[in-house]
Design a protein around this ligand. Structure first.
Ligand code: G3H
Length: 482
């Protein structure tokens, strides 16, 4: 979708629709295709976004609040009519199970409605005057310019829209490039974007980052880089911008969220939460638990229960009833997980669960590795997949020191019951990460809560409320007379 026009692409929806309704069996199935754009089209999309913004003078950035809300409401209503096809494509294209695919869609729709409500409230507040030392001020928030928005494959709808929707409603114009996986599922929404927003306000381009995003950054005309993904891609893009110091960064990057299980923890609860925390969507979440620290006194009981619980999970295709573990969309991920297993085994860890590491095609059974030590790759790297390193500790300062030394600082899960122990620990942990989950797994939601991280994990804060502020700047009109 460039400058209000959809690129002609023969038969894309027909192929997608027929293949996903035809079979429930596993077999390699052709889902459809998308055009892979060239640099020239990326430049056209930038030109369209720049023209629609027109250095802040364009129709969109100067549009009345009610009119922008009207466009957004039109979009979300059109989006709701596409639930069935988009949910199916989330399952088929990235392997997310049915309940999670439905949740992703519904959560995203709610995110758009909540954003509209928060924006209305922001506008109501902006209507008030302030007066200090004889100066009246009418403070409001203005857009930042042209946003390049790049989304991840694991939440191809929710996380991308958590960037794109607030960016648009605040009056910015955007170029959005979906991830390599999770691109077909955007196609049913292209018309909704086309019909709801003036031309050039939102441009959606499919293709490779180095062909499309890099040349756009090199022009120096991007004002905001909004990216959820990895720091390697983010840094490469930032470095290509000739005036990168002017660039506003809104980034959600890597994390290595730990669970810390204290001796007095409710172990059944800890096992249950560590399963969902480490294995929902096969561990392919930035908020997943990616390392478990368990106190020496309870390690045997925890590991016995935890490994049994891992092996009791149901593996299947995304549309199978009760399938919790599903195939991985990235073709090279099983080999990467295997390399982590091999490295940990060579350095003295073992796979503790019977089924751990078994795989065929892109189905891989989660491996619980123990005891994991600092020299192992899986201790350090963000695995983003079904391998769970477990470390034991005797002194709480061991996990705390590891967290302080880590490059990441998103969240932690803390399991324990004794308030006298928990309370001072929480005071320390909130200075190491941005969210402490008490007796529960790490997660981003509900989306009204701040989503951010320390160190290399994030830049700026996302939440319904915060994202509107991240994608805008405070401006005001001052006068000595109201
Ligand atoms: O990949 C990171 C996602 O924001 C995780 O979201 O915690 O709701 O699964 P979630």
């Amino acid at each position: 979708l460039i400058d209000g026009k959809l690129i002609e692409w023969k038969g894309k929806m027909a192929e997608v629709n027929s293949s996903i309704s035809s079979t429930k069996e596993y077999k390699p199935t052709y889902l459809g295709s998308v055009p892979e754009l060239e640099e020239e089209q990326a430049q056209e999309s930038l030109k369209a976004a720049l023209k629609a913004y027109d250095q802040g003078k364009g129709k969109w950035p100067t549009m009345r609040v009610e009119e922008r809300i009207h466009c957004m409401e039109k979009f979300v209503k059109a989006m709701e009519t596409k639930r069935d096809i988009v949910v199916k494509l989330i399952m088929w294209e990235i392997g997310k199970n049915l309940p999670d695919a439905e949740k992703e869609f519904d959560r995203t729709v709610k995110y758009v409605y909540d954003t509209i409500e928060d924006y209305k409230q922001m506008d109501r507040n902006a209507a008030k005057f302030e007066k200090h030392d004889g100066v009246y001020a009418h403070i409001r928030r203005g857009p930042l310019g042209v946003v390049l928005c790049l989304g991840p494959y694991n939440y191809p709808l929710n996380e991308t829209f958590a960037l794109l929707i607030p960016a648009l409603i605040m009056g910015n114009t955007a170029i959005f490039k979906p991830a390599k996986f999770g691109v077909l599922l955007i196609t049913p929404l292209l018309e909704a974007f086309q019909e709801s927003f003036p031309k050039g306000v939102v441009n959606i381009i499919f293709g490779r980052g180095r062909v499309l995003a890099s040349p756009i950054m090199k022009t120096g005309h991007v004002d905001v880089l909004a990216l959820i993904g990895n720091s390697k891609s983010a840094n490469a893009l930032i470095n290509q911008h000739p005036k990168s110091n002017r660039l506003r960064l809104i980034l959600g990057l890597e994390a290595k969220n730990p669970a810390i299980i204290l001796p007095h923890a409710d172990l059944d609860l800890a096992v249950k939460e560590c399963i969902s925390g480490s294995l929902s969507f096969n561990g392919q979440r930035c908020t997943a638990l990616k390392i478990i620290y368990v106190h020496e006194d309870i390690k045997e009981e925890f590991l016995e229960n935890f490994t049994a619980a891992v092996d009791a999970q149901k593996f299947g295709n995304p549309w199978d009833d009760g399938a919790f573990l599903t195939p991985l969309p990235e073709p090279d991920k099983p080999a990467y997980i295997q390399a982590l297993i091999d490295d940990a085994e060579a350095k003295g860890a073992k796979i503790l669960n019977k089924k751990g590491g078994q795989h065929f095609d892109n189905y891989i059974w989660p491996a619980v590795m123990y005891p994991v030590t600092k020299d192992m790759r899986v201790y350090e790297e963000e695995q983003f997949g079904p391998i769970i390193p477990v470390v034991y500790f005797t002194d709480i300062n061991e996990p705390l020191d590891d967290m302080a030394d880590s490059n990441y600082g998103q969240q932690v899960s803390l399991f324990g019951k004794d308030v006298e122990v928990l309370s001072p620990l929480i005071d320390t942990l909130v200075n190491l990460v941005c969210r402490v989950n008490l007796n529960s797994s790490c997660q981003r939601g509900p989306d009204v809560y701040p989503f951010t991280g320390r160190k290399d994990s994030a830049k700026s804060t996302l939440s319904v409320h915060d994202a509107l502020r991240s994608f805008s700047i405070r401006t005001f009109v001052a006068s000595k007379d109201n």
